[in-house]
Design a protein around this ligand. Structure first.
Ligand SMILES: C[S@@+](CC[C@H](N)C(=O)[O-])C[C@H]1O[C@@H](n2cnc3c(N)ncnc32)[C@H](O)[C@@H]1O
Length: 362
């Protein structure tokens, strides 16, 4: 693996070249290009992240952009969402200089440091990284640092180059040692990210988007004289993946009494998950069956409650028994979309306390 210094020099050069020869980065939508054309030419990322963010998540919040490059995502984020503060960090001096030159407001600043060495006395509400982590071979300390830097209920939104299955070790070794391919030296499968984030402590990790991309023509040229590696290359499916990981506030341990045998067991209740799921449900239902309050989005159903079992990945939405006649409609309009959004969860609807208790015990 090339050292951080080699990476930093590479991106110093990229910054100089892009400044002399501005070109469309190919990531941003036409709306964003129109909003700030110069900025759209100074993005080095692999995806546009803003469609996955909501204003209330960011307004008046602290944001950190890891590997911020020339600050393109920071500038758009500021223009669209007005956060309280956006800090960017990057190992490339030229990128940092370029970013700081372009910031016209004091709540945006970029600092030259690596994520591994960075620390801050205050935590962040949102952390972004766009095409950065794949450049680093040791991901565990990075995921752990991100987790530690986040506030409770804070989110990490990441777009990166990954693969469908593990890269063949010989091919990976070639990436790490060959001059022309070192940017692929930290390439890992999507599962490495998902498992790594979960091991760092993130309770919720969601894949938001997966796209295929094909860098093999460029790689093939470099590997032209190595047929065994070319065959490994053919078996490698390259992806651009966007994923989101949420750090939960500590959970509450709630005792549950079995109505039959009267024994008690405990469940973990994460208020923050329930709140998010509640909001999602409100959004799904609104306009279809009930209207939520326009200011707080609370649904005006008194007995609306939820139960969430983190370990069993089980979510029960409980409604008053008199709503039972809506079961089929609710199942269709709620459970299907929820399941799609969070495929590793089981969602259940129940009506009245006895159904609720039964489902909680299963
Ligand atoms: C492909 S560029 C993406 C830049 C930016 N995120 C964007 O979307 O324009 C990757 C950036 O990550 C930086 N980088 C790589 N590893 C890093 C690390 N461990 N800590 C901080 N920055 C890093 C590089 O210097 C480079 O500027």
């Amino acid at each position: 693996m090339k050292t951080i210094n080699t990476l930093a020099k590479h991106y110093d050069q990229e910054a100089r070249e892009r400044l002399q020869n501005p070109k469309d980065s190919g990531i941003y939508s036409q709306n964003l290009k129109d909003l700030n054309p110069e900025n759209s030419r100074l993005g080095f990322g692999c995806a546009e992240l803003f469609t996955f963010l909501e204003r209330e998540q960011i307004q008046n919040k602290r944001v950190l952009d890891i590997g911020c490059g020339a600050g393109a995502d920071m500038i758009y984020l500021n223009q669209i969402f007005s956060p309280k503060e956006i800090m960017g960090i990057d190992i490339s001096e030229e990128m940092i200089r370029l970013a700081n030159q372009r910031f016209s407001q004091t709540h945006l600043k970029a600092i030259k440091t690596s994520i591994e060495e960075f620390s801050d006395p205050q935590k962040f509400d949102l952390i972004l990284s766009n095409a950065v982590i794949h450049l680093n071979q040791r991901k565990t300390p990075i995921f752990q640092k991100i987790y530690d830097l986040l506030e409770d209920e804070g989110e990490f939104l990441c777009a990166d180059f990954m693969t469908q299955t593990p890269v063949h070790p010989k091919l990976l070794q070639e990436f790490q040692t060959s001059g022309g391919l070192f940017l692929f030296g930290g390439l890992e499968s999507r599962d490495v990210y998902l498992n790594g984030l979960a091991s760092a402590g993130f309770e919720e990790v969601e894949v938001l988007e997966t796209r295929c991309f094909d860098p093999s023509p460029q790689i093939r040229n470099i590997l032209a004289s190595k047929p065994d590696l070319l065959s490994s290359l053919r078996q490698t499916q390259f992806l651009i993946v966007i994923l989101k990981a949420r750090k939960m506030a500590p959970c509450q341990i709630i005792p549950i009494l079995c109505p039959q045998c009267k024994s008690t067991r405990t469940i973990k209740h994460y208020a923050s998950i329930n709140r998010q799921i509640h909001l999602n449900l409100c959004k799904k239902i609104s306009g279809q069956l009930w209207s939520p309050c326009p200011s707080c989005e609370r649904l005006e159903i008194e007995a609306w409650m939820q139960y969430h079992d983190m370990d069993a990945k089980k979510m029960v939405v409980a409604l008053p028994p008199e709503q039972k006649h809506l079961r089929a409609e609710l199942e269709k309009s709620l459970l299907g979309p929820m399941q799609k959004q969070m495929p590793h969860y089981h969602f259940y609807l129940c009506f009245g306390l006895s159904e609720f208790k039964k489902l909680c015990q299963q």
